[in-house]
Design a protein around this ligand. Sequence first.
Ligand code: SF4
Ligand code: SF4
Length: 365
Amino acid sequence: MISGERAQPDYPELAERIKQWGRELGFQQVGITDTELGNHERYLQRWLAAGHHGEMDYMARHGTRRTRPAELIPGTLRVISVRMDYLPPEVETTKVLGQPRRAYVSRYALGRDYHKLIRKRLASLAKRIEDAGGAYGYRTFVDSAPVMERALAQKAGLGWFGKNSMLLNPQAGSLFFLGELYTDLPLPVDAPFESEHCGSCAACQTACPTGAIVDDKVIDARRCISYLTIELHGSIPEEYREAMGNRVYGCDDCQLVCPYTRFTRASAEEDFAPRHDLDRAELLALFAWSEGEFLAKTQGSAIRRIGYERWLRNLAVGLGNAPWSRAVEAALQARLAYPSDLVREHVRWALDRQRRKQPIALSTD
Ligand code: SF4
Ligand code: SF4
């Protein structure tokens, strides 16, 4: 809620203290910006008009409330943008992508759902501001509302938009979460991150398995493995299934190849530590989970939102792409009667792929 009257604090001093408190609460960086997102609004409109959002209708649903913070939360004058690194220590990335019997789960989703943790920390930050300066209006967001989080972070000085459309920080890469605190406090703003440091690099565009980076900073979500494995509800178009390899929940390739990713610092947050061996599990082991196991093991995890059916769909594609083995074929066979057209169709595709590889595998056994 955005409030009316308050005593006038020293805003420049308060802004400095907010950044200090943010770091104490575990955010690696805090920046402050105003609510003017004109350029980003035009970019979003072009992206939507091109249909790049696929089934993500929610991207269009909120009109200008997404790009005009004060239309979403009346009275908003400033946005405090925060970032938090998430890569757990000693977690393999590209190595797992090269092991086709293992499942690759996007590294942000290995542990507990980040929304809760970041929302809690933002609430603590909001409380400290209130304790210092009295009641004020605010609302916190973590990737859950119509909020242009990367655009706001760029404006708040946290990084630039890479060609892969991720927010890149020269000292930290891009493996971090963003969160926002909308407020009616007239805090001094930080300088936006105007310079771009991709230069002639195009590693992300070259590495994208499905050619989803269709232009500088433009992702066609309909081709993106993150979208195909998480957002898409129906059948995964066959033309992308082979390129998915063993990526069963999200995709990090365009970040992993980025030269700035070498500056990633491991996160000390226990919540982000891998659960149930999700950083290294075999595809077969995950495909063997019953629905009850899926629900139990993904409790409090971002993975749960795709549900068991899409989990099996994605794993079936991974198994279709895995090297032939009797165990894989048997596991797929056992799912042929699963009561879901979606799952059965992907299982049939995977079995077909396995059988085509069988003679080659047998002849080299
Ligand atoms: S997440 Fe994967 S599929 Fe999507 S743009 Fe990046 S590399 Fe391509
Ligand atoms: S891989 Fe290269 S082009 Fe892509 S975002 Fe990173 S620096 Fe920019």
